[in-house]
Design a protein around this ligand. Structure first.
Ligand code: UT7
Length: 313
């Protein structure tokens, strides 16, 4: 019986339309200089009219399946992490399943905001380790442009749309070495879309401080659980919210920025899609070598935070 899961393929999709900081500055009181200095973001992709999370997730999944040389029917578990489903139900996972032409796989969504993909990956890993599934499709997708107040300069500059997907396969050797998940619901008001509000609200500075602390702690927790030190990590694949948060986490690990996957400049913060988009972007550029150790981490609304340590195969 397999006791591990291996990540065997990645795929992603970004909508065609690119909104750069200069264009954004034409309708909100901000500047390219402020956004780049404070966040590292230069542009973000925005879904077309009528294009939603199911469309983008399906495209990313098709690319991951193609890269793995698999058919949709080969998948027996589909987990989608999203904060921006197209409809309340059925789940995005079921709608993507139908688009892909898969029948019978277990399919459900996970809601952990920006940490959603790490939660989904950890969940799929548990299914594969116990033998409950053999091949999982794990997707992070967001249409953040739909829940952003485009008149609020403190939030609208940060977010973008897109999807990333991975395929996990049961195996006798790792693969995923460990996953670590945490949440603390006391901080809900600092980052939320309340029931009586249409838009995302965030107290950016307070979130920033919590993110730096929680991510610093979780990378140390992950190293300690595996008897490793920062120098043993080949690649940090962080959530892409703010370059300054990413740098702080890399510092905690004593990792030079050359070993950190940074896509925040091109993608902005794509919430649950950030980590799989970064992963696929680096994989496409052949950054990762078999046997290398990748540390994935994220922090987001809830608050939620989590990490996964995996060996690239
Ligand atoms: O993915 C989920 C987790 N989310 C995050 O991790 C986001 C965490 N937060 C952040 O990344 C940062 O807090 C922000 C990028 C959102 C804001 O950066 P900051 O350095 O924390 O700035 P601030 O909110 O303290 O605002 C500083 C100043 C304020 O002006 P005053 O009060 O000092 O006069 C803001 O009004 O910057 C002003 N400001 C802006 N100015 C130009 C806020 N937004 C903008 C803007 N353009 N877009």
């Amino acid at each position: 019986m397999p006791t591990y899961s291996q990540l065997i393929a990645t795929g992603s999709y970004l909508p065609e339309r690119i909104l750069d900081n200069h264009e954004l500055s034409t309708w909100v009181d901000t500047s390219d200089e402020w956004i780049v200095t404070r966040t590292g973001i230069r542009q973000r992709h925005i879904a077309a009219e009528g294009q939603g999370s199911v469309d983008m997730a399906t495209r990313a999944a098709e690319r991951a399946l193609q890269q793995a040389g698999l058919q949709a029917a080969d998948i027996d578990l589909i987990i989608v992490a999203t904060t921006t489903p197209d409809q309340i139900f059925p789940s995005t996972a079921c709608l993507v399943q139908a688009r892909l032409g898969n029948q019978g796989a277990a399919a459900f969504d996970v809601q952990a905001v920006c940490t959603g993909f790490i939660y989904a990956l950890a969940t799929a890993d548990q299914f594969l380790r116990t033998g409950a599934a053999r091949r999982a499709l794990v997707i992070g997708v967001e249409t953040m442009s739909r829940i952003v107040d485009w008149k609020d300069r403190s939030t609208c500059i940060l977010f973008g749309d897109g999807a990333g997907a991975v395929i996990l396969q049961a195996a006798d050797t790792p693969g995923i070495l460990s996953t670590h998940l945490h949440a603390d619901g006391r901080y809900a008001e600092l980052l939320q879309v309340a029931v009586d509000e249409s838009y995302l609200q965030m107290q950016g500075n307070a979130v920033f401080r919590m993110a730096v602390r929680a991510l610093g702690d979780i990378v140390q927790e992950t190293l300690a659980a595996n008897g490793l030190e920062g120098k043993d990590i080949d690649w940090l694949v962080p959530h892409q919210a703010n370059i300054r948060i990413i740098q702080a986490t890399a510092d905690k690990l004593n990792l030079p920025m050359e070993r950190v996957v940074v896509t925040v400049g091109e993608h902005g913060n794509v919430s649950a899609a950030s980590v799989p988009l970064a992963l696929d972007s680096a994989a496409q550029q052949n950054c990762f070598r078999p046997g290398q150790l990748l540390l994935l981490e994220a922090f987001g609304g809830g608050f939620t935070w989590g990490s996964a340590l995996l060996r690239w195969v």
